[in-house]
Design a protein around this ligand. Structure first.
Ligand SMILES: Nc1nc2c(ncn2[C@@H]2O[C@H](COP(=O)(O)OP(=O)(O)O)[C@@H](O)[C@H]2O)c(=O)[nH]1
Ligand SMILES: [Mg+2]
Length: 667
């Protein structure tokens, strides 16, 4: 357990920690000279089994974070309080409740810390009447807070051996021994609060482990910088350790990175967890006495974990947020931060003179646009339900294209094996092409299937002469957000169910294929070689008909049937190409495109040796099929994975007779 002090300056926090642990936490020269705490102080003491009966396990350590009380160091107090389990609110009997008593109490509450006790110090300086008065004041102050039932320990903090100090000490040790263990099966995350170097070891960081576990030798990342780090050794609760667990304060030795490259506010985290972001959607509550009104783009100081950053507010639900109100807000940070849904934060006013509120992170990767749509609201509501322990169903309900497992890990802070997928979800494991595992509700999966069939039906209704829809176009029409891997799986399923048929590059519905009569076949056998022999510049229908001495309409009709069968491509009306030639044309474009895949018409014309007009027609045909897309004067090749994948004739491997396309064609 980690106990954090809280309370007004000079009320005896540091003195009390010394009395409870024997450790002097004011160690800086300046702290000693001025007699005030400036930095966070840390003290550790073994949990005393004698005081706790049977509950304590041997070797458990109680940690203390002693915070400064001065109003100028509230930002330091917040950094210290962010990982604590238990608040020790220190109030001096002579002063009673003072401004930072209230401010620290508000911070503790906003951080969601519900365990605590009050140390009523300096009772040696007051009479019984004053003591009773202060006790009444404390009761009134705590009444509306989560600490309303916290026990109050009147004591003289300068007397470590006094029975009243020992009573508090026993209470802390008993609470620690009875504290349920923090779940430590999440993805590892430590909020850095100190960085220093040790001779012979190099860079050390300390902080509270928010979740997960860490072991020596592990590779982690420094966030938000995104730098890889490796843990050489660990101290947990001030003891050398082979593992550091959630809820413990740990020191990590990180060789290979300079002290200057790490700061308080950074995270050391599992690589699967964090994404640096400058937009975070949150629930924000303003304190009753905030004395502030937020409107669009109001600046705030935000304390998230141990980080302190400036952010501007975008109100998502209202035009103003008044003191005492709560609302949904996007925080737009001046510099990248990291957060996990459910993380608590504190906000202070623009002058950083007053704590005005706090709240909870909902989406740590919030969009800059369309942030107020019904869809966004529904998504954030679904995150709230997840945070309330209702599982992932609501989130998946609002993801018609499903969610990546990697995204769910960031949302839940859990590794894949700990994520409880709802029974009605379909989990699709990562494909060899690295698509990444993915989860979608069965009902959404079926809806996508229906949408694909619907799109094909519409298309075929409008253009009965076309062989069907090219996969890439169909995907853009019906399932634009779906990843390649899932798209292919979906199509394969539809094909295996017999709801969709594949014909070369085209997908079509059953019954759309055409059959050739004997005479059609005979004519096709004469036309196809002429088209193939035409290379990159095959004859027009009129010339083909003439060459084989048939009527132009007869040739055209057979060629349209061949088109529907995928045996030819129609680049412009009445101009048909052999599939192998199209494949070669794509390869030439690919060769010209270079790293960016951008093809200039003039260079392409020179490479394929046809006229300028035909070159443009071919490139426009590629655009239409989705192999390229027009970007100003060039045509940029889409990555192959955006095409129908390995099922199109056009992604035929350059050599080899056992190509996928031929296998497809043989089906
Ligand atoms: N008489 C008396 N003095 C105390 C008591 N607790 C703290 N002090 C004194 O009050 C001063 C401020 O204490 P300190 O622990 O630095 O306060 P902090 O600012 O809350 O950390 C010091 O001179 C302490 O010796 C107490 O219970 N009785
Ligand atoms: Mg102090």
């Amino acid at each position: 357990m980690i106990v954090g002090t809280a309370g007004h300056i000079d009320h005896g926090k540091t003195t009390l920690v010394r009395a409870l642990t024997g450790v002097e936490t004011d160690r800086l020269k300046e702290e000693k000279a001025r007699g005030i705490s400036i930095e966070l102080g840390y003290a550790y003491t073994p949990i005393d089994p004698g005081s706790t009966g049977s509950a304590a396990e041997g070797g458990e350590i109680l940690g203390f974070v002693d915070v400064p009380g001065h109003e100028r160091f509230v930002h330091t107090m917040v950094a210290g309080a962010c990982g604590i389990d238990f608040a020790l609110l220190v109030i001096a009997a002579d002063d009673g409740v003072m401004p930072q008593t209230r401010e620290h109490l508000a911070i503790v509450e906003l951080l969601g810390i519900a365990r605590g006790a009050v140390a009523l110090t300096k009772i040696d300086r007051v009479d019984a009447a004053r003591l009773a008065q202060v006790q009444a004041q404390i009761a009134a102050t705590l009444a509306p807070t989560a600490l309303r039932d916290a026990p109050v320990f009147p004591l003289d903090a300068t007397l470590p051996d006094d029975a009243r100090v020992i009573a508090l000490r026993d209470h802390l040790h008993q609470t620690a021994a009875a504290l349920p263990k923090r779940r430590d099966d999440g993805l590892f995350r430590l909020a850095v609060d100190r960085v220093f170097t040790l001779a012979g070891l190099g860079t050390m960081v300390t902080g509270t482990v928010f979740s997960g576990q860490v072991r020596p030798g592990e590779a982690l990342v420094l966030m938000p910088a995104g730098r890889a780090v490796r843990v050489r050794s660990i101290h947990a609760q001030d003891q050398p350790a082979t593992v550091g667990l959630a809820g413990q304060r740990c020191a990590l030795n990180l060789p290979g990175i300079a002290r200057e490259d790490i700061r308080r506010g950074d995270w050391i985290a599992d690589a699967r967890l964090p994404a640096a972001t400058d937009r975070v959607d949150v629930d924000l509550h303003l304190l009753d006495d905030a004395a502030i009104r937020l409107s669009q783009w109001s600046p705030l100081h935000v304390h998230l974990g141990t980080a302190h950053s400036i952010a501007n507010v975008v109100l998502l639900d209202q035009v103003r947020l008044e003191a005492g109100q709560s609302g949904r807000v996007q925080l737009v940070f001046a510099a990248p931060v990291c957060a996990v849904p459910g993380d608590r934060f504190i906000v202070r006013n623009a002058q950083a003179t007053r704590t005005v509120g706090g709240g909870r992170v909902l989406d740590s990767n919030a969009p800059a646009r369309k942030r107020r749509t019904a869809q966004r609201r529904a998504y954030l509501a679904a995150v709230e339900r997840m945070l309330a322990g209702e599982g992932l169903s609501a989130l998946l309900q609002h993801a018609p294209f499903g969610l990546r497992v990697s995204a769910l890990m960031r949302l839940t802070g859990q590794p894949r094996e700990r994520i409880a997928f709802p029974a009605e979800a379909k989990v699709i494991d990562s494909a060899p092409d690295g698509g990444g595992a993915f989860v979608i509700l069965q009902s959404h999966w079926h809806a996508l299937e229906d949408r694909i069939v619907e799109a094909l039906r519409d298309f075929q209704g409008q253009t009965p002469d076309e062989p069907g829809l090219e996969g890439s176009r169909l995907r853009r029409m019906a399932a634009w957000e779906l990843h390649e891997t899932q798209w292919r799986l979906l199509i394969d399923e539809l094909i295996s169910q017999g709801r969709v048929f594949r014909n070369g590059a085209w997908l079509h519905l059953p019954g759309h294929a055409v059959a050739l009569s004997q005479s059609d076949k005979a004519l096709a056998a004469r036309l196809l070689p002429l088209i193939a022999a035409g290379g990159f510049d095959p004859p027009w229908v009129r010339d083909l008909a003439h060459a084989v001495s048939v009527a132009e309409d007869d040739a055209r009709e057979v060629l349209h049937k061949l088109l529907r069968q995928g045996k030819v491509f129609q680049v412009v009306p009445d101009l048909f190409y052999d599939p192998q030639r199209i494949h070669e044309l794509v390869e030439v474009a690919r060769g010209l495109g270079g790293a960016k895949g951008a093809v200039e018409a003039a260079a392409y014309r020179d490479a394929i040796g046809v006229g300028r007009k035909r070159t443009i027609q071919i490139l426009e045909f590629f655009d239409r099929l989705g192999y390229t897309r027009r970007v100003r004067s060039t045509h940029v090749l889409r990555p192959r994975t955006d095409w129908l994948g390995d099922s199109t004739l056009l992604v035929l491997p350059k050599t080899g007779s056992d190509s996928v396309a031929q296998t497809q064609a043989a089906r």
